[in-house]
Design a binder for this molecule. Structure first.
Ligand SMILES: [Zn+2]
Length: 144
């Protein structure tokens, strides 16, 4: 059984199941600006030919909200709701993402880490997955 991204080109899944997924970004070789999702032409200096880079697996929560409706694409209608946040990565991009946790689990500025959520299985038994962010492990360990 494999894990397959819901759409190609936004993230990749390492072969090691213990490894987090990596968002696929672009870095401009001329001015150094980093983008997500990937792009060919730099939006800052218009240089053509941005290079592919893997982005950080952690980020800081810039803002968030909580949706009281089942996640789009989920077949399970019993899901109570889900968080949505904008996450600032160390390289610069601000990424919008589903958040794992309840409505009381998030605060602006907290450290998050990326993982995968399975939306459904396809007819071959493979899992169709999206990336999401969740509070970093230290929040659960009482360190933060
Ligand atoms: Zn540039």
């Amino acid at each position: 059984m494999a894990r397959i991204p819901i759409e190609e080109g936004f993230f990749r899944i390492p072969d090691d199941p213990a490894e987090p997924p990596r968002l696929l970004g672009s870095r401009c070789p001329s001015c150094g600006e980093v983008f997500f999702p990937r792009r060919l032409v730099c939006a800052k200096c218009l240089h053509e030919g941005c290079e592919d880079v893997d982005l950080s697996t952690r980020g800081r929560l810039w803002t968030w909200t909580y949706c009281h409706a089942p996640l789009f694409g989920k077949k399970d209608a019993d899901v109570p709701g889900y968080g949505v946040g904008q996450v600032d990565l160390a390289e610069g991009p601000r990424v919008q993402s589903i958040l794992l946790g309840g409505p009381d689990d998030f605060e602006i500025g907290m450290e998050l880490e990326i993982d995968l959520e399975t939306l459904r299985e396809n007819e071959d038994g493979d899992e169709i997955v999206i990336y999401r962010f969740r509070p970093a492990a230290e929040y659960f360990n009482g360190v933060a």
